[in-house]
Ligand binder design. Structure first.
Ligand code: SF4
Ligand code: SF4
Length: 454
């Protein structure tokens, strides 16, 4: 039986008026009945483009969805965990519209199957029923592997190596493991307890965690090798926010998005501000503006973006959620200067922009409109205009002019034998799932290396 509805089964969520006053998860998840109803929309296509060209880690989407239709939720989970160690995370934070769901055949005439929501359902179901099932463990191997950075790339790499029985230690400079999943993605999109459970699964699989230890300060690649680690994976992420580069950016109340989100997520520390301006149009800007509106003193949040909504790189679903939460978007608006008083932010001077005709590459450039300057009264400004990797601490590996680690596209091997790198530290900022895919590919190459096959 196939559910021929063109409309997908809606996931219940908190009312926008209520959710802007708390940090709890916005979407509350499918019930079993909803999950089966949505799973029945899958056509089990022979070509299954959702899996082959949509999902970067090639989850067996038709197979796990079929198990849902049978009510065999644990079996669905076991299918997923053959290719992913973090299904509860991916089901929540993957940009599915660009990946699996973007390729779903049902999307050609109606809405794509809600693959992400189903993945989340299966992972949550397993979490609530985990006591009833037993995890399989591979025979232990003596070879030691170090993974530096516990973001999505590092977690995927460590999970995969542990699954194969290797002795894996995961190092992170922060006290809280998880990298961007811990400090960058707000609680209302990825509750901390979900990540904690995924981390616990890794601990149970044998991964050791060494947190509060920074590469280049507390240890080096050389010292890891001297300590008997046969191979090292570096997944440093890209946590250093770009600054605006306009006058006044040093004033108190101007915060890089990474610092703002870190404080909100990890320290429950909120700026003492009523009106916020978030600069940028990507997914970090969406997380920042939606976190800002939830801050205890927040009354008004603007997003200031230089181009129009058509060029905005943010996930349309996140944009829609932000609009529903009352965020005001100022498109075609560029920041000029931060205005201060007594060392603190008092306002933001902006100017209107217009877009040029498309150039040879099809890109329309924003240019200022003369005489269009105006001031916004704000007391906190959050810079969400991109980020970069800080790889100066990685000893003995070749880096590009942009400071990114150079690694083989397939094996993720760096210029230093035994050292592998993947995720944002190699590609610059990309998605969580792209980083996880890199971590998994590196784990396969590292296993071969430890077996002396490379
Ligand atoms: Fe889709 Fe991400 Fe799951 Fe792959 S991992 S199936 S892209 S939600
Ligand atoms: Fe099912 Fe869509 Fe994948 Fe086809 S493309 S197998 S309908 S999820």
């Amino acid at each position: 039986m196939i559910n021929l509805s063109k409309v997908r089964t809606r996931m219940p969520e908190q009312d926008p008026q209520v959710r802007t006053r708390n940090f709890e998860e916005v979407a509350t998840g499918y019930t079993e009945e909803m999950a089966v109803r949505e799973a029945l929309r899958c056509l089990k296509c022979r070509e299954h483009p959702c899996m082959t060209s949509g999902c970067p880690i090639h989850n067996d989407i038709p197979a796990f969805i079929e198990k849902i239709t049978e009510g065999a939720f644990e079996e669905a989970y076991q299918i997923l965990t053959k290719t992913t160690s973090l299904p509860a995370v991916c089901g929540r934070v993957c940009p599915q519209y660009l990946q699996c769901e973007g390729k779903c055949v049902r999307g050609e005439k109606g809405r794509a199957v809600a693959i992400g929501a189903l993945e989340r359902f299966v992972a949550d179901w397993h979490r609530h029923h985990a006591a009833e099932t037993e995890a399989e463990s591979a025979p232990k191997k003596a070879a030691k592997a170090a993974v530096v950075g516990s973001g999505p790339a590092g977690l995927a790499c460590a999970g995969e190596l542990a699954k194969q029985g290797y002795d894996v230690t995961l190092f992170d400079k922060e006290n809280l493991p998880g990298g961007v999943l811990s400090y960058g993605i707000p609680e209302f999109r990825l509750p901390g307890e979900i990540l904690q459970k995924e981390l616990e699964n890794l601990r149970e699989a044998g991964v050791k965690f060494e947190t509060g230890k920074a590469l280049g300060k507390d240890f080096t690649i050389d010292s890891l090798m001297a300590d008997g680690y046969k191979t090292v994976f570096v997944g440093n992420g890209a946590g250093k926010s770009y600054r605006l580069g306009i006058p006044g950016q040093e004033l108190s109340g101007v915060l890089p998005a990474s610092a703002f989100l870190y404080d909100v997520n990890c320290n429950q520390k909120y700026p003492s501000a009523g009106t916020f301006a978030v600069i940028g149009g990507g997914n970090v800007a969406m997380d920042a503006c939606r976190a800002a509106i939830r801050c205890p003193e927040a009354k008004k949040v603007y997003v200031v973006y230089r181009r129009s909504v058509a060029e905005m790189p943010a996930d349309p679903a996140e944009l829609h959620e932000a609009e529903a939460e009352g965020i005001e978007f100022l498109y075609l608006t560029g920041p000029l200067e931060v205005i201060g008083e007594d060392g603190k932010v008092k306002g933001l001077k902006c100017q209107k922009m217009e877009l040029t005709e498309p150039d040879a590459s099809g890109r329309r450039k924003p240019v200022p409109v003369k005489g269009s300057e105006f001031e916004l009264d704000v007391d906190c400004i959050i810079e969400a205009i991109g980020s970069e990797s800080d790889n100066a601490c990685v000893d003995g590996v070749e880096r590009s002019d942009r400071g990114l680690i150079i690694a083989d596209a397939e094996t993720l091997a760096t210029s230093r034998p035994g050292v592998y790198a993947g995720g944002d530290t190699v590609t610059g900022p990309k998605t969580v799932i792209a980083a996880m895919g890199a971590g998994r590919r590196a784990a396969a190459a590292m296993a071969s290396y430890m077996e002396g096959k490379e």
